[in-house]
Design a protein around this ligand. Structure first.
Ligand code: AMP
Length: 469
């Protein structure tokens, strides 16, 4: 398979090339160099790539090329049957894919419609009934439209499952199966996934015919574009540590701008955004309980730079297209190591450099070890020196409030309790537990050993990652 180094050499129609040049695309990304010729030949593709690699154009441009011979300017809806279907897990991703596709087809008579839940069906119905060659849809809403006979999939020639792993995570398999059963058997099928579980392999085996595997370097392995850091903190210090990181880990030790902060739970998402706001940080939250409009509004504000810090859960952040997002912070270590790959994939895109910082507490050893194993790397945990926001006299005396009081204060004043004296632990190397299991003794309680001759630097006391697992 030969790679192509400029868009002219794929044999794409001049109208497509003109459209992508107008969008500022100069050279194809690796996934585009590999996927475009294969998709143009009509072959099935299993693509190992995630959002941010340019995969949308990787499948969309050759699909458009294949549909062009049938493109026409007729007013009759019957002359514009659905010929290509892209299934995506979230509204945001569907919107992004469709936005790009609409730009790619701008100079052709082809039409594209987007279909997803959480919004009025009527405009979607009108678009579908008017005739569209390319439909980008989330599975549930598409089934609603199919049931209402607003469209039919009997003439689909090409189908794409985008972010297939996430669709399975979100429980879309039954919906996907129903949709696939409505497609002609003779068709071209493409599937993209950032990760490869057994379920994904099974789906690929059922859904693709002799697929060509198209792979690009996984984001987590592109060390030259993403700087990954792990910061060791005590659970009770996470809020203060985050504030310090936000204020001092940016360019030249200044504040970070446009930071996506990941948390594991919706409730934490809300709480942390509120807490940051109280500290004067321009923060907002996106999570599953927010309406689509609220999520889009937050995202828009974030893209424009009006919101500096966006706190997000994995599902809400899936597929966000924020070009050159410089910073990602994992406030919580993700439950699944694969989510780490998705999360840090939000930065360091299209060759831009990015920084991904993860807070790690004593309870996160196992999670961090799993990430190290998956991403085939060893982290060197750092400690961050931060100013504690608590100013209570009795705290200075080393006393801690009672349990109930602690919770309510944290909520109402936005500070995180329990300042700790200089922690000897930070002078010791970090050693993950054997076999990735949680340590019997929490490291805070002194399980680690000091490396001979190691001196902590003034600001950051380096903790060397242990080599044994
Ligand atoms: P994707 O991975 O498809 O979501 O693309 C990520 C971002 O990169 C989108 O904003 C695309 O418009 C942009 N992009 C895709 N291909 C190229 C390219 N060849 N040159 C520059 N930007 C691109």
């Amino acid at each position: 398979m030969s790679d192509y180094h400029d868009f002219e050499h794929f044999g794409l129609d001049a109208r497509i090339v003109a459209a992508i040049k107008a969008m500022g695309y100069q050279t194809p990304t690796p996934i585009q160099s590999k996927a475009i010729p294969i998709v143009m030949q009509g072959k099935d593709v299993m693509g190992a790539a995630q959002t941010g690699t340019g995969k949308t154009a990787g499948f969309a441009l050759p699909i458009i090329q294949r549909l062009l011979p049938q493109a026409n300017a007729s007013m009759s809806p019957a002359r514009h049957p659905v010929r290509a279907l892209v299934l995506a897990p979230t509204r945001e991703l569907a919107d992004q894919v469709a936005d790009n596709v609409k730009k790619y087809i701008a100079q052709t008579p082809l039409r594209c419609a987007t279909v997803y839940g959480g919004v009025d069906m009527d405009p979607q119905t009108a678009a579908l009934r008017g005739g569209v060659e390319i439909v980008v849809a989330t599975p549930g809403r598409l089934l609603d439209h199919l049931q209402m006979k607003n469209t039919s999939l009997g003439q689909v020639q090409i189908v794409v499952l985008d972010e297939a792993d996430r669709m399975l995570d979100m429980g879309f398999l039954p919906d996907i199966s129903r949709i696939l059963n409505l497609l002609p058997r003779e068709r071209q099928s493409l599937m993209f996934s950032a990760t490869f579980s057994e379920e994904i392999k099974k789906l690929a085996a059922n859904f693709l015919k002799e697929p060509v595997l198209v792979e690009v370097a996984r984001r987590n392995q592109t060390a030259e574009t993403i700087t990954q850091k792990v910061v060791r903190v005590h659970e009770s210090e996470k809020g203060d540590a985050l504030l310090t990181i936000l204020r001092t880990y940016g360019p030249d030790g200044g504040p970070m701008k446009q930071v996506l902060v990941f948390v594991n739970a919706k409730i934490e998402c809300r709480r942390l955004a509120r807490q940051l706001q109280k500290q004067g940080v321009n923060a907002d939250a996106i999570h599953g309980d927010k309406t689509q409009d609220e999520r889009m509004k937050a995202l828009e504000g974030f893209k424009k730079g009006e919101i500096e810090v966006l706190v997000a859960t994995d599902v809400a952040a899936r597929g966000l297209d924020i070009v050159e997002l410089p910073f990602v912070v994992n406030y919580d270590v993700p439950f699944n190591a694969e989510d780490y790959v998705h999360r840090i994939g939000r930065t360091g895109r299209a060759g831009a450099s990015g920084v991904a910082i993860m807070l790690m507490t004593g309870a996160d050893e196992r999670g961090v070890a799993a990430i190290e194993k998956l991403t085939k790397q060893k982290f060197t945990a750092e400690a961050v020196e931060f100013e504690r926001r608590s100013r209570e006299p009795r705290r200075e005396r080393g006393e801690r409030p009672g349990r109930d009081e602690r919770g309510s204060r944290a909520e109402s004043r936005g500070y995180v309790p329990a300042p700790r004296p200089v922690d000897e632990f930070f002078l010791k190397p970090y050693e993950p537990a054997a076999g990735g299991a949680a340590p019997a003794t929490a490291p805070e309680e002194g399980a680690a050993q000091t490396k001979p001759g190691q001196k902590p630097p003034a600001r950051v006391a380096a903790l060397l990652g242990g080599g044994k697992r």
